[in-house]
Ligand binder design. Sequence first.
Ligand SMILES: NC(=O)c1ccc[n+]([C@@H]2O[C@H](COP(=O)([O-])OP(=O)(O)OC[C@H]3O[C@@H](n4cnc5c(N)ncnc54)[C@H](OP(=O)(O)O)[C@@H]3O)[C@@H](O)[C@H]2O)c1
Length: 227
Amino acid sequence: MITGAAGDLGRAVVRELSRKGVRLACVERKTETLAALLASLPSEADVLGVGGIDLTDVTSCLRAVQKSHDRFGRVDGLVNTVGGFNMGPIDQSGIGRWDALMMMNARTAYAISAAVLPGMQQRRHGRILHIAASPGLKAGSHQSAYAASKAAVIRLTEAIAAENRTHLITANCILPGTIDTPRNREAMPDANTETWVPASSIARLIAFLVSLEASAVTGAAIAAGGF
Ligand SMILES: NC(=O)c1ccc[n+]([C@@H]2O[C@H](COP(=O)([O-])OP(=O)(O)OC[C@H]3O[C@@H](n4cnc5c(N)ncnc54)[C@H](OP(=O)(O)O)[C@@H]3O)[C@@H](O)[C@H]2O)c1
């Protein structure tokens, strides 16, 4: 299952995993962007589109998992790319940004994890992969809400790993540097993009971490900052 499947990183993960022949449940909030993603995939890809899913909502997450179980019988792996960025100083007006980023980055990760875990625990197999970010380890100026919300993702990942060792479920998160996306290029037209990390590189790392071969790695926060 890939959440945020039509986002910049999500699309790269969908392409990488479908190239490997993995059966995919692509979960998105907006049905239009999901439809465009599905239309761009090769006809032989075995893909279920699940649109209209809001990951802040527990019932919505359970619906996405149920639809995936109905189609595939199980969810072996979750790649949760839902999340976002915003920045600003710590002042009274920033409380809205704090709440919004906690919802967008932390609550979503908790809700979708809680929804997929029972099926994985029953089958004694699973891979959970969240996307954190390096400010989750140490915040910089104007990053309080973003850093705290990504720190929550890291701590959540560790707790999922600790709680599920005996269920043979791994949980890891990655900390990408600035990803080379159209949106970042538009937002930072003068930046040196040579140090940015291609979404396709991160997608290959994710594909490994959710594979059977990656059973030795759990509870890790893995830097993926490129060069
Ligand atoms: N881009 C970077 O440089 C960078 C760097 C470090 C970490 N990251 C992290 O990497 C992840 C992916 O980033 P990205 O650049 O691919 O972002 P993106 O293009 O904005 O994709 C995020 C996806 O998440 C979806 N989403 C947001 N809130 C949702 C919700 N409540 N329920 C369901 N779907 C929701 C968005 O859907 P809508 O279109 O409906 O909003 C979008 O499809 C994020 O966690 C981000 O924080 C990104």
